[in-house]
Each structure stands twice: as structure tokens, then as C-alpha cells.
Design a binder for this molecule. Structure first.
Ligand code: FE2
Length: 380
């Protein structure tokens, strides 16, 4: 749950009309059949008007690699290609989530809808216009963008646009422990309701050329052809809609002693936890060791995307690097890192962490950009 939003013009009551000569077509956009989180959408056209549906192949390239060792990928080696959807390069996956990067080079020509997965983007570089049936939002570097599954959307960005993304079969939500019994964000959380932005219906949308929707079923597409405007809402209201939050609006939690990753939690779900490491002051105990201690994540795989700043606990890491620290093998600071960190007062790092509760596997794309020396980086 986020909060209640109302946009545009709505009939006074649900399931009724105000003007018989100008009937609006009401759609329930809802989870868990008619019982979950939902919004009510009022279309000018009949939303069911689909002229044709055809199948299209989707590229997904699991590597078959089963060796579970720590990994380092350099995403600077990925070429700029495709649009924000066709340019998705999957890097890690399991049955519940898929993680990858997009560096688009062209505009979207068709609309997009994910039939199976919730979507979360992180704008590593650039700006974009995100449009959807709910309206439009302007995105900036540092924005997280959440898109509920089933949402029809399009995006157009600047030439330098780079997005990290995660697709999840499970709901991507605000952490339950951040909300009080009424659903409101509690005091003491790293962000507040006021920091969350929602789509605005009357803003100028980005409209792709073709009235076609690519519907993603994870391993294949269905292409839906239409003959009427797709973003055709007169109004909508409810609790289920895309939203964004910028990391610069967040307030990282710091302490006298080193704070563990859960204090940096941003989103959560049944099969993952997402955290954001932000520029912050370090611990203020006079003998504090300001970087992470060695840790053994006995039931999670730990994905980290290094977005900007200096990453003092890791050797050989650059902006756009990704590390995966797997369960079963301990990890932590490399030789000399603790000694170098003592006395440091602050960090300017920005990194996105995804803790996956099921093991993550690599795609062939990931293997192609791997720094194969990483596993040896703990022996100096
Ligand atoms: Fe770690």
C-alpha cells in the first residue's frame, strides 16, 4: 500500500454514470482477484478492444553455470542497444526475480505491459519521461520507479540513460515494518510519504508510434494490436499505481556503531529485500571501524550495484560494477580495507543492494562481462 490518489474526472459513485451521452468505461485494476490492492480506471474507449494478438520470441540467455562463487561484473562493457524494453540485458535470475541493466539507444515504438512480474527500475544515469495509462512522471538520476504488473507503459530517455532493473513474481512493496497499523509510514523511516511521486494524468505523455502493446510473459511476448488511443483515461483513483522516489530525498540512518544493511532497506518482498547505500556520516564511536565486518549470509545471495562515489570496502570496483556474494562462502573487506577505513568520517557511495532469498544464477550476458579475478581478491 502507498496512499490514496485521485486523478482527472470520476463519476460521483462507483459503478455508475454521471452523463449517459458520454459513458465512461470503468476498469477494476486489482490484485488477488477482487480482494487485493486496486484502482478504478475510467476509459473513454472500451479497454477490451483488441484487434489482433500474435506471438513474438523473447531472448533470455541462462548460462547453465551452477558454480556458486562470488562474482564481479563490469556493466561498462555492455553496449548501448535497443529501447528501454528490447534493450533489457538480464544478468541474474531465479524462479522469483530477474535482475539486469538497460542502456537504450532508441525510443520505444510500442507500448509495454508485464503480465507476470512487478517491475522496479533504478535510474543510474540520465533522465526520462515515463508514461502509463495512469499518467506521466518525469524521472531523474537517482529515481526508483515502481510499476505494478499489468500496467501499460512507455518510456523515453536522454542519450545517457542507464537503468538497473528487477522483475519480481512477488509484490514489490514498502517494508511492512516502516508502516504503522493504519498503513502510514512511521516516524524514523528513511523516507516519508511526501517523498513519493505518483503519475499525473494531464501531463504530456510519451506516445510510441504504433498502437501495439508488447505483453511480456517472461519467456515470450504476445503483441496486442489496437486501433484506439491507449492512454485514454478520463480519471482514476485508488491505491495501486506506478510511483517513484528519489534517493536524494531519503535520509540514511547512521549510528554510534556500524549499522547493518537492514537499516538501509528501501523495498521488500517475499523473495527479496532491496536496500540503498547512500552518502552518509560514518559511525561516531571513537574506535569505530566504519566499514562492514566479515559476514556469512547463510540464507541469502547478496547482489550489489555500485552507482557512484568511492567504494572503500572493495578493490577493483568501478561505477556500474556489480558484485554477487553468494551463500555458503564468507565475504567481507579485502586485505588492508579495514586499516584504510579507520578514521574515515563519511562516505559518498551510492549503491543498490538486492538480497535474494533463493540462489541467483548467471546469464550468458553476465559471464561475458565478468572480472574472473574477483574470487582471488581476498588474498591480497
Ligand atoms: Fe556483504
Amino acid at each position: 500500500m502507498v496512499y490514496y490518489v485521485k486523478q482527472g474526472n470520476l463519476p460521483r459513485y462507483r459503478h455508475t454514470y454521471d452523463d449517459r451521452k458520454n459513458l465512461l468505461r470503468e476498469e477494476l485494476f486489482g490484485e488477488e482477484s477482487f480482494d487485493g490492492l486496486y484502482s478504478l480506471l475510467y476509459h473513454r474507449n472500451e479497454p477490451t478492444r483488441v484487434l489482433d494478438i500474435k506471438e513474438e520470441k523473447k531472448e533470455f540467455d541462462p548460462s547453465g553455470e551452477k558454480k556458486m562463487i562470488h562474482r564481479h561484473l563490469k556493466t561498462s562493457k555492455l553496449a548501448r542497444e535497443g529501447d528501454p524494453v528490447s534493450g533489457r540485458r538480464y544478468l541474474f535470475y531465479n524462479d522469483r526475480i530477474r535482475i539486469g541493466l538497460v542502456k537504450p539507444s532508441v525510443k520505444m515504438k510500442r507500448y509495454f505491459r508485464h503480465a507476470l512480474s512487478e517491475q522496479l527500475f533504478f535510474l543510474h544515469r540520465g533522465k526520462a519521461t515515463f508514461s502509463s495509462v495512469f499518467g506521466t512522471m518525469q524521472l531523474e538520476t537517482g529515481d526508483y520507479l515502481y510499476i505494478p504488473k499489468g500496467t501499460t507503459w512507455s518510456m523515453n530517455g536522454t542519450e545517457d540513460l542507464v537503468l538497473l532493473f528487477m522483475e519480481s513474481r512477488d509484490r514489490i512493496d514498502l517494508p511492512v515494518r516502516y508502516r504503522n497499523g493504519y498503513g502510514q509510514l512511521r516516524e524514523g523511516t528513511p523516507y516519508y510519504t511526501r517523498d513519493i511521486r505518483h503519475p499525473v494524468l494531464d501531463a504530456k505523455p510519451f506516445l510510441p508510434d504504433k498502437l501495439e502493446v508488447m505483453v511480456d510473459y517472461n519467456d515470450s511476448y504476445l503483441i496486442e494490436s489496437r486501433d484506439r488511443e491507449i492512454y485514454d483515461l478520463e480519471g482514476w483513483d485508488g491505491y495501486l499505481f506506478p510511483y517513484t522516489i528519489n534517493i536524494s530525498d531519503m535520509a540514511p540512518i547512521v549510528g554510534k556503531l556500524h549499522q547493518p544493511p537492514p537499516v538501509h532497506e528501501t523495498f521488500s518482498g517475499k523473495s527479496f529485500m532491496i536496500g540503498t547505500f547512500l552518502p552518509r556520516l560514518f559511525d561516531f564511536h571513537p574506535r569505530s571501524i566504519p566499514i562492514s565486518y566479515y559476514h556469512n549470509n547463510i540464507d541469502t545471495d547478496e547482489f550489489l550495484f555500485y552507482s557512484s562515489g568511492s567504494f572503500m570496502s572493495r578493490k577493483g570496483i568501478e561505477e556500474g560494477s556489480i558484485t554477487l556474494h553468494v551463500r555458503g562462502i564468507i565475504h567481507g573487506p579485502q586485505p588492508g580495507a579495514i586499516e584504510a577505513a579507520i578514521g574515515a568520517k563519511s562516505t559518498d557511495e551510492v549503491a543498490v543492494m538486492i538480497e535474494a532469498y533463493d540462489p541467483l544464477f548467471l546469464t550468458r550476458t553476465a559471464i561475458g562481462i565478468e572480472d574472473k579475478t574477483y574470487m582471488k581478491s581476498w588474498i591480497g
